[in-house]
Design a binder for this molecule. Structure first.
Ligand code: KG4
Ligand code: ZN
Length: 339
């Protein structure tokens, strides 16, 4: 059988990435140029700077992805690109690049949803995973609990009503002086802390079974810090970080297990930047084990933004007949399941 090799491009936030993926499973190359060092100085992603850095690096990153895979554009069957959600200026760089390449090389163009890409990252290392299954996507911009009903069909059970989980990690890290990006730093410092030292509120939403709310938890952490400052109490950063992290992990695990029971689903897949969090990986693995659920988690390099996951999602869209027109545009607020 002839293979389908897809050149995929991702530039929705602060990673300029390109990859070549074969048949939606095999990563032939995966090049990521991260802008984290540049944004760290400002304590977060500066959209204008992100767009400019993407435009500088994108040709190099795409060429390297082709070279690493030992491919030329002639060998490629389609060009895929993240067209939303994300930062509009950042997305536009990838979209314009993909359109130019697809047009010049006379290849089909496939616009991919960023969140669909995150969940599809699981297919790379879990060849047996197939729909239907439950997907928990936790990243810097999104927190979604979904049922993947078919390869390119999703039903949203719950989402965050305010901050995304990763955003909460980043904000709490900033408040305790750990810097950007906060997720990996909280993860690390938590290893020295007691997760039961401080009881923070659960990130639940009253009256809504599967939605999440992280802004109340974030405020509780800030209030705790303010109170300690006013009373001159010493704050144990490791305990605070570990307790905050536990609150986030607990609610993510509880919602997932509850949904698996309600919908009689035994397969669960975790995805998104926060999926590289060690406490979440361990906590969800334990919760799944206890409840007879089978869990897939991508390697950390496929959790944070990358183009390999976009190439995997694009393969399934390609098989479903999805083709984008030359008028493909960036859609910063693209909803999952919309085109
Ligand atoms: O998926 P991603 O790379 O970008 C978005 O699509 O948003 O996720 C980035 C988010 C950031 O908020 C970062 O702090 C968080 O993922 N993150 C982590 C860890 N590694 C990255 N959060 C908790 N623990 C980690 N180890
Ligand atoms: Zn992402």
């Amino acid at each position: 059988m002839a293979h389908i090799d897809i050149l995929a491009i991702e530039s929705s936030c602060d990673e300029t990435a390109a990859a070549v993926v074969r048949d939606g499973r095999e990563v032939l190359s995966n090049v990521i140029y991260t802008q984290i060092a540049m944004h760290t100085v400002y304590g977060g992603v500066v959209p204008e700077l992100a767009s400019r850095a993407h435009i500088e690096k994108i040709n190099y990153v795409v060429q390297k992805a082709l070279d690493d895979a030992g491919k030329t554009l002639d060998d490629i069957d389609a060009v895929a690109v993240t067209y939303g959600p994300g930062l509009v200026g950042a997305l536009l760089v990838g979209v314009a690049e993909a359109k130019a390449i697809a047009w010049a090389a006379d290849k089909p163009l496939i616009g991919v949803h960023h969140i669909e890409g995150h969940i599809c990252a699981n297919y790379i290392e879990h060849p047996d995973l197939k729909p239907p299954y439950l997907g928990l996507i936790v990243s810097g911009g999104h927190t979604h609990l979904i049922i993947v009903e078919d390869w390119a069909k999703f039903r949203i059970l719950g989402r965050t009503v305010d901050d995304a989980a990763g955003e909460a990690f980043d904000k709490v890290a900033r408040a305790i002086g750990l810097g950007y990006p906060g997720g990996p730093k909280i993860d690390k410092v938590s290893k020295e802390g007691n997760p039961n030292a401080i009881v923070f509120p659960k990130a639940k939403v009253n009256g809504s079974e599967y939605n999440f709310s992280f802004s109340g938890l974030k405020s509780a952490v800030l209030n705790y810090l303010n109170h300690a400052q006013m009373t001159g109490e010493e704050v144990n950063k490791a305990d605070l970080a570990a307790s905050f992290q536990k609150s986030v992990v607990d609610v993510l695990c509880e919602h997932t297990v509850q949904a698996a029971k309600e919908y009689h689903i035994t397969e669960v897949a975790l995805a998104g930047g926060v999926a590289s969090n060690s406490a979440l990986r361990a906590g969800l693995a334990e919760a799944c084990e206890k409840n007879g659920l089978n869990l897939s988690v991508p390697s950390p390099v496929y959790c944070t933004d990358n183009a390999a996951m976009i190439g995997v999602a694009a393969f399934h869209e390609y098989e479903a007949g999805t083709r984008s027109g030359w008028d493909l545009n960036a859609v910063p607020n693209l909803k999952l399941g919309e085109r």
